[in-house]
Design a binder for this molecule. Structure first.
Ligand SMILES: [Zn+2]
Length: 451
């Protein structure tokens, strides 16, 4: 199906075309729709602007596509109904609930601007992160979706499905797909006696777990030395899955702060081999300062490539530190093809309004980056924090989220090898949840492939 789009005001044409291309490449579109912009022959016409004309019509709001920058704090989401779906706009004024599509051709709000606002992460350009403390938190003062209680809904994915359905493009209501990832921050808790003493001090003074925990640690270390016990973080044997999922393991290979250098990548060659054997792609976990230091990023990537014996094409930022526009520019310049950093550190849910991979927008060049950003949706520690470290709440939060998102999106999952020991109060429950989750991920992907 070919649709000829007439853009009435061409000032923001690049951004508008970027959104139509995003829709075209969206998984639910299944390559069934193509947008053209010039006088080519088409099956339907679509006007985007202020005059409906004939054919389909999307009213231009002129709020996000405007030379005067919008104030993110004043934006709200109005509700629109389409069949059994509720859709959400990005607007600067409240409106009553309306129908999304009328008379077989009129859309009720500017979905092009709405999609752009979410996927370009425009608000993150307008309100840059303070990397000191607040980065990647679902801070309602700074982020639209958490503030309006919409972070559990892939608002962009829903909107695209409804739009394609309305224009008769027969989108696919696919079963949600899953991807599995791990960041290897600290492979081993007790690699030597020095680290044992450090851990003991930590448990005593910071975690206040008491002397019993310390004797426990020493006992574990003694048993490890005799080959009778495993390091508490050495969960790789069951963490690395062999199921046929899209899987990535991100390794660290340097760093210049106290948050880095918990291991030498050269000492983790066996873990890289093990991950590869189980079908994982090997990615870089750039260190704490690499989000704004291209040369540091480059050194770490080269070092990982030497040890892995292959080019590295995937990355995820340590602590999800990601600042627009410098971080995506570095990722692009380093030849990374896929990044997966855009998630929340304290909540599970959608930071970009979509779970699917897509190309971010480069405001400097006014065009799409080449690399694909696959938003991070479900991180272990986010789940633990959202549930207030309560076992039952954890299970409820997780399965409620999965049940609500059975269709129409993609969920990228992150589990750390160390989480089960670090979160000692809930470690066993987390491990049980991990096994249930992976089972469900495999089943979901099987079903998604069948369709
Ligand atoms: Zn990390």
């Amino acid at each position: 199906m070919i649709i000829r789009v007439h853009i009435q005001d061409r000032l923001f044409e690049n951004r508008i075309r970027y959104v139509f291309r995003f829709i075209e490449e969206h998984v639910t579109a299944a390559s069934k729709v193509k947008f053209v912009f010039d006088g080519e022959a088409a099956d339907q016409k679509l006007n985007y602007g202020t005059t409906p004309g004939d054919g389909l019509f999307i009213p231009a709001q002129g709020l996000i596509f405007n030379e005067a920058l919008p104030d993110p704090a004043c934006l709200t989401a109005n509700k629109y109904l389409y069949r059994n779906m509720t859709l959400y706009s990005v607007s600067d004024r409240m409106a009553p609930v309306q129908k999304f599509f009328a008379e077989g051709r009129l859309f009720a709000f500017d979905l092009i601007e709405t999609i752009f606002y979410h996927i370009s992460r425009y608000e993150e350009y307008l309100l840059p992160e303070e990397m000191g403390h607040s980065w990647a938190l679902a801070d309602p003062a700074k982020r639209f979706l958490p503030r309006l209680g919409l972070l559990k809904i892939p608002v962009v994915d829903h909107l695209i499905f409804a739009f394609l359905h309305a224009i008769g493009a027969q989108p696919e209501r696919g079963v949600t797909r899953f991807r599995l990832t791990h960041d290897i921050d600290i492979p081993y808790k007790l690699p030597n006696l020095f680290k044992v003493m450090k851990s003991a001090g930590r448990e005593l003074l910071i975690e206040r777990r008491g002397l019993k925990a310390v004797t426990g640690l020493l006992g574990t270390y003694r048993q490890m030395r005799r080959g009778l016990a495993k390091d508490p973080y050495d969960t790789f044997d069951w963490l690395f899955r062999s199921e046929s999922l899209d899987k990535s393991a991100y390794f660290m290979a340097g760093g210049i702060t106290a948050q880095d250098n918990y291991y030498r990548i050269e000492d983790a060659a066996h873990l890289i081999r093990m991950a590869k054997d189980r079908g994982y792609a090997i990615g870089l976990h750039p260190s704490y300062e690499a989000y704004r230091d291209g040369r540091l990023f480059e050194r770490e990537k080269a070092r990982l490539e030497r040890v892995a014996g292959q080019p590295v094409k995937r990355s995820r930022q340590h602590y999800l530190r990601f600042q627009f526009p410098v971080t995506p520019q570095i990722i692009e310049a380093q030849g990374i093809k896929e990044d997966s950093s855009l998630g929340y550190r304290d909540r599970i849910g959608f930071r970009c309004g979509t779970g699917f991979g897509y190309r971010l927008y480069d405001f400097d060049r006014e065009g799409a980056f080449d690399f694909v950003e696959v938003p991070l949706i479900l991180m272990d520690i986010s789940l633990v924090r959202e549930a207030g470290r309560d076992k039952e709440a954890m299970r409820e939060v997780l399965f409620d989220f999965l049940d609500r998102n059975r269709y129409l999106t993609q969920v990228t999952v992150l589990f750390h090898n160390s989480i089960f020991d670090m979160e000692y109060q809930t470690g066993d429950e987390l491990r049980a949840l991990y096994f249930e989750l992976v089972k469900r991920m495999g089943e979901g992907n099987d079903e998604s492939r069948k369709r």
